[in-house]
Design a protein around this ligand. Structure first.
Ligand SMILES: [Zn+2]
Length: 498
């Protein structure tokens, strides 16, 4: 009878691993044995493959067929390997030539009728194949444009198993040569800071947070969403590497068509979103809203409306830049380094104005839900409803230029460290490697000793003080920068929502 081998790609988090698929056909019962697959997935995978082959005009091989996957894919089977399993077994049984499937990667989930369904994560999977020296990849037609983004990939779009069999038999695999990576729209954010009336304090806080990567709390009933939507537009464009990381996350989330190109992403989940939608799913290997904000902005509008587990669990990725999920015997990490913009109205009333009947105590309780989250936020500012007469402010381009200059300054200082922004500097290193001027240290020290700032909060103030120094082009934070950081920490509305 026969032997054949081909390749597929398995994903753990966003990390892709090329796997070998081997098939052996021997005389015996016409049965299919799958080796190296997680126990629970063997039956459905076998059922899909059998039905797809039967419904593709190919009779089931009259042989005992063993298909093995190595290395063993950890506990969750990804149906993207279906097509490679089917192709390997058909090659071992002599239905298609074994030499034409060897050294190729096949990706796609089989439908019972023999159709090939699109799969999530094609971009990181194809990138891994190319890195492993395999350029010829068959992918579901819907994913061909995505696969073609990988330089060096020779993409074969496929829609039905019957077509794959036909093309392999006749050696006529059509390669997809339309591989010119499409350039991202020059500005996906056709919004500008000049559109936001008044709100000077909030605009300044937004600029500081953009320059240093700090998290921001906007308090009040003003245009918080307008400001948050304009934050990506004042951040520096993503590097090639960062844009690739973002695109791979969007691919894994099944949203490749929404990947923002070189503009930092904006992820703004609704307050009804579940913890799984926010943080991701280890069972489905799907990143959540916090990872869709990687290298960009996460905006939580009306934050007190989110469920408590979401609010409290956000602190981890805010500090570590990643989400760590465990379950089903596996452990995955999704990148999630974002700038958080969180906003809250004064109370739970829909229009939240002073005319409502909410007591100060009710307002305090409404905000109290944010206490843990806000202890990780470095800057606070009020947002107020202002009419157009309040005057508009500077354009995004003008602010972006200052942000970029400050970031270049910080990047220069951090050149021989793993960190790129002030917000990423760990607390111990702030004290040992980046001391501030003595008067600045004294002011912040007294804020701690008087209880205005907690000891945990001090590093956040030091980081903001460095950003204020970077924004004015100074070598290190002086007294004024420390005072400015303290002002941003307190926020101007002084409602004590910490
Ligand atoms: Zn109210």
């Amino acid at each position: 009878m026969g032997y054949a081998s081909t390749r597929s790609v398995a994903l753990i988090g966003v990390t892709a691993h090329v796997v070998d698929i081997e098939a052996d056909a021997a005389p015996g019962d016409a049965e299919l044995y799958l080796v190296g697959l997680p126990e629970l997935s063997v039956w459905p995978a076998r059922a899909r493959i059998r039905a797809a082959i039967r419904n593709s005009g190919t009779s089931w091989p009259d042989a005992r067929i063993t298909v093995s996957v190595s290395p063993v894919i950890p506990p969750v089977y990804d149906a993207a390997a279906d097509l490679a399993l089917a192709v390997a077994l058909l090659a071992a049984a002599g239905v298609v030539p074994a030499e034409r499937v060897a050294g190729r990667v096949f990706l796609g989930e089989l439908a019972l009728d023999g159709g090939i369904r699109p799969v999530r994560g094609v971009l990181p999977m194809v990138a891994a194949a190319v890195r492993a020296g395999i350029s010829r990849v068959a992918v579901p037609a819907e994913c061909a444009r995505e696969a073609a983004q990988v330089p060096g990939a020779v993409v074969m779009p496929v829609t039905r198993l019957a077509d794959v069999v036909d093309q392999l038999r006749h050696g006529a695999f059509r390669d997809h040569h339309d591989q010119e990576p499409e350039s991202a729209p020059s500005s996906s954010f056709a919004v500008d800071l000049a559109d936001v009336p008044g709100n000077q304090a909030a605009r300044r806080a937004l600029e500081v947070c953009a320059a240093g990567g700090h998290h921001l709390f906007l308090s009040g009933d003003g245009p918080a969403t307008m400001l948050a939507e304009r934050l990506p537009g004042i951040l520096p464009p993503l590097s090639e590497q960062a844009a690739r990381e973002v695109a791979e996350i969007y691919s894994l989330a099944g949203r490749f068509d929404r990947a923002p190109g070189v503009t930092p992403p904006l992820s703004a989940p609704h307050h009804t979103a579940t913890p799984t939608a926010i943080f991701g799913s280890v069972a489905a290997n799907r990143p959540g809203a916090v990872s869709l904000a990687h290298h960009g902005v996460l905006h939580l509008a009306d934050a007190p409306e989110f469920v408590r587990p979401v609010l409290d669990s956000l602190c981890r990725p805010m500090d570590s830049g990643q989400v760590h999920l465990t379950g089903m015997g596996r452990s995955v990490r999704y990148p999630a380094r974002f700038i958080l913009v969180v906003d809250a109205r004064p109370c739970s009333c829909p229009d939240g104005r002073e005319e409502c009947a909410c007591t100060p105590e009710a307002r305090r309780r409404y905000r109290a839900r944010l206490a843990m989250l806000l202890s990780h936020v470095a800057a606070r500012a009020p947002v107020e409803q202002e009419d157009r007469a309040a005057g508009t402010g500077e354009s995004s381009a003008a602010v972006a230029a200052r942000v970029l200059a400050a970031r270049v300054r910080a990047a220069h200082r951090l050149a021989d460290t793993p960190w790129r922004t002030n917000a990423e500097i760990p607390a111990p290193d702030l004290h040992t490697r980046f001391p501030v001027a003595p008067e600045a240290a004294e002011l912040l020290g007294s804020a701690v000793s008087t209880g205005l700032v907690t000891a945990d909060g001090l590093p956040r103030l030091l980081r903001v003080a460095w950003t204020l120094a970077d924004l004015r082009g100074a070598d290190r934070p002086q007294l004024d920068d420390a005072a400015g950081a303290l002002e941003l920490w307190k926020g101007a509305d002084g409602d004590g929502a910490r």
